[in-house]
Design a protein around this ligand. Structure first.
Ligand SMILES: [Zn+2]
Length: 165
């Protein structure tokens, strides 16, 4: 069954929940319906796809680990220099490690083997290889989860509630 995007009272995305849990929140009056998919649970009760909590809740910041898998996902599994998508993807340090480039979201990008070898020990400027996107840290793990749904073609209606997608 479909998932539901939960917004905080401030309209910031909070988490993704099941439609059952969302319906409970609506019935208890703890949340209001923002979007529905046109299907009805029963008469006059459309199935929600986005709900908003009536009361603002504070959430502790959840960090996203800097892992190969997460960097590939951020970069859409494509080489950030030539756009290649395929199996032969590596991680490239924008400022080479040998030149004190560190491990960070801003300094590691997805690159194909060919571009990685071609760039070698140089910066993108020196190698005359432009990055397609400036690498940055993703907003949150929720952002990751939402983009995964959007890429698989579901829940396009969530798009407008999540900044930067
Ligand atoms: Zn490439």
């Amino acid at each position: 069954m479909s998932k539901v995007l939960v917004l905080n009272a401030s309209y910031e995305p909070l988490n993704i929940t099941t439609w059952r849990r969302a319906v409970v929140l609506l019935i208890k009056g703890k949340a209001e319906q923002v979007e529905h998919n046109g299907k009805y649970l029963y008469s006059e009760f459309p199935l929600p796809t986005v709900i908003r909590l009536r009361q603002y809740i504070r959430v502790p910041y959840k960090d996203i680990p800097l892992t190969r898998r997460n960097i590939l996902h951020r970069d859409g599994h494509s080489c950030q220099y030539c756009g290649y998508t395929g199996d032969e993807l590596t991680l490239d340090h924008v400022m080479p490690r040998s030149r004190r480039g560190g491990d960070s979201w801003e300094n590691i990008v997805t690159a194909c083997v060919r571009c990685n070898i071609k760039k070698g020990n140089r910066t993108p400027e020196e190698a005359n290889m432009r990055l397609r996107h400036a690498p940055r840290k993703p907003y949150s793990s929720l952002y990751f989860e939402v983009t995964r749904h959007l890429k698989s073609g579901t829940h396009q209606e969530w798009k407008k509630y999540v900044i930067g997608i």
